[in-house]
Write a protein that binds this ligand. Sequence first.
Ligand SMILES: NC(=O)c1ccc[n+]([C@@H]2O[C@H](COP(=O)([O-])OP(=O)(O)OC[C@H]3O[C@@H](n4cnc5c(N)ncnc54)[C@H](OP(=O)(O)O)[C@@H]3O)[C@@H](O)[C@H]2O)c1
Length: 406
Amino acid sequence: MARLIAIVTGANTGVGFGICLRLLIQLSQQAPSDAQPQERVDPNFALSSRPLVQSPYNSATLVLACRSKERALDARERLLVAFDVELLRRKRNNRGEDDAYARHFRDTLQIDFVQCDLASVSSVFEFCDVVKQRYPYISHLICNAGISCFTAIDYYAATWQILRDPLAGATHPTYISQSSGLMSDDGLGLVWQCNVFSHYLVQRELKELLCAAPSVARVIWLSSMGAAAGHSDPEDWQLIRSLSAYQASKHQIEIIAHQLNEPPNPHVRHIVVGPGAVHSGMGSQLLGPLTSLIMIIYFYIVRWMGSPNHPGQARKGAISATHASLAPIDHLPPSSSAPRLDAQTDRLGNEFVNVSRTDGHTEMSVVAGRLLERIDGLCETFEARDGRREGADNPESGLDGSVVIV
Ligand SMILES: NC(=O)c1ccc[n+]([C@@H]2O[C@H](COP(=O)([O-])OP(=O)(O)OC[C@H]3O[C@@H](n4cnc5c(N)ncnc54)[C@H](OP(=O)(O)O)[C@@H]3O)[C@@H](O)[C@H]2O)c1
């Protein structure tokens, strides 16, 4: 029995908080339900149907990797309270019978905070240094934090799309505009740096700790249904000019994660997951109280109409990440099929995991290989800037935010 040591970026709210809570609830069971084979997966993906009898982890350390200490400590409190409420509810359902397994898990649970601002390369390096000092290994790195550059909703276009095709209006909205040209203080495309580059840098810096995990470590990348190859422009790899930088960053995440599995590393597996559409800071940043309520009702309506893609609550949307974290590695779809594990629900809101394929997966390895060369070059440049290595040896650093033409 080993200790799970998981880093969750952006753990203080939304999907990240949902993943943390769901992980705790699952890990406090000897045979977590999220680790079991998912019966409703697409039959194109042949998965094992053997049930998991015993979780390999009986204790856990959660590392909340957040940019704000105050929000992270508040989230820690909320996590512990919600987890204790869940344990009490379980005990009541068991007519007061003591659950020694859950009690041991709760007594040995550790929830830590390590500051990490993904918009700052120096902060990411400092975060990795602290993690290296504090932990003997990392079994799970959950790359959840993300930003968008959504600027406005065109309510006329929204009404038109929702009336014409309510499912598409809730799943692939065409009425939300995004800004371009947002830059970080490091001189990189801001959305790209937070969503793609910083997570890549974290897994690169922590490679040794991941390889030291007692069983295959998992790096879980949060993507989105909006991720599509069509949003990507190889000439604008830092997504500076892009008017769909969010979707393009998610597509990059998918192809990078799959490429990192080539050739397969026996110590680390990269897995792409999607939470479906859930209410969170990101989903509702453009909405007021009334429009937020309308969106919640709208999600319920499309779910009743048969859309599986609207889990609504972050805790339900977290199932894809917890399944990817806890299912035996040979129960997961092979990485060669470029899978994305998506959280879905039935009409009644019962959550499960489905599998889809990364868009553009056939020509993915060429595009991803080129992208990774550039990203590695940029990592080297920053390592040299921060005195972590001698001289940058890649001329295509793109450090000044310049768009490097292929
Ligand atoms: N919500 C959905 O329907 C949906 C759908 C598909 C995919 N996703 C993906 O799910 C993930 C979580 O999204 P969410 O919906 O939970 O969004 P959210 O509620 O806005 O939460 C985003 C999290 O990322 C953190 N974050 C933002 N910028 C950061 C930075 N510079 N450094 C460190 N942390 C930073 C935020 O921290 P602060 O609280 O400090 O801002 C917050 O914890 C994202 O990757 C998103 O793309 C969400």
